[in-house]
Design a protein around this ligand. Structure first.
Ligand SMILES: CC(C)(COP(=O)(O)OP(=O)(O)OC[C@H]1O[C@@H](n2cnc3c(N)ncnc32)[C@H](O)[C@@H]1OP(=O)(O)O)[C@@H](O)C(=O)NCCC(=O)NCCS
Length: 204
């Protein structure tokens, strides 16, 4: 997979993370513990590592094995969050999972949904994947807005699916397949043509 591409929409750029981004990411993650901790994946066997260079190197190794695509989101040229594509499978599955976070001072500007749309379009149209998935805790109202804004289809509940903030947590699964978004996610988002979605417990 190429590592020198940039996906751009207005002030937003999505690109592959570099080892030299570690300091900036460390400042954002360590400076926003309350904001990020409730939603952060944790290690069921012990404390999480805050070796940011090591984490980036690990993600880049997964990329060279075609298993992941570790991205950063930039707003007006500065890094504001991460968008990680993991669990990439080719062949008869051709699917991947997206995860993301943004620093609180940049929240609410639709930077993440636009980045997810840019990335999903890239995965479908350039990498050739067939399905993109997002797993979200039912309590995470802000993240549920992302799949609502982009029209991801609700697939179901995975019980105790991912170890988050110290315990195994249930997750709603949302996905899209290429056939559902031939026109492009970014196109239908910017042109207000996203279908409404429904899922259990949705507040009306
Ligand atoms: C979930 C998250 C990535 C959303 O990113 P974003 O770029 O702010 O996305 P949006 O701009 O579309 O905002 C989504 C919703 O967040 C809420 N929101 C907006 N600004 C906010 C703020 N300053 N503080 C708290 N919530 C806010 C709003 O409900 C918004 O929906 P709306 O646009 O209909 O009002 C971000 O809230 C985040 O990083 N949260 C912590 C980590 C996390 O939850 N990651 C996802 C795990 S699945």
């Amino acid at each position: 997979m190429a590592n020198n591409f940039a996906l751009i929409h207005n002030d937003i750029t999505v690109r592959v993370v570099k080892v030299r981004d570690a300091k900036k990411i460390e400042r954002l993650v360590l400076g926003n513990r309350e904001w990020l901790k409730p939603w952060e994946a944790t290690n069921p066997e012990g404390p999480n590592s805050f070796d940011f260079k090591g984490q980036i190197r690990g993600l880049l190794r997964q990329m060279s094995n075609q298993q992941g695509l570790p991205l950063v989101m930039e707003y007006q040229g500065q890094i504001v969050g991460q968008l990680n594509v993991s669990n990439i499978y080719f062949g008869s599955v051709s699917s991947a999972i997206l995860g993301y976070w943004i620093a609180p001072e940049f929240a609410g500007k639709s930077i993440t949904p636009i980045s997810v749309a840019l990335t999903s379009d890239y995965l479908f149209n350039v990498i050739g994947l067939h399905r993109v998935e997002i797993a979200i805790r039912p309590e995470n109202a802000a993240s549920l807005r992302i799949v609502e804004k982009l029209g991801f289809r609700y697939e179901g509940l995975k019980e105790r699916f991912i170890h988050i903030n110290g315990d195994w947590r249930d997750h709603f699964i949302f996905a899209l397949t290429y056939e559902e978004v031939r026109e492009g996610l970014l196109n239908r988002f910017t042109q207000n043509r996203v279908p409404q979605i429904t899922y259990p417990y949705k507040k009306s």
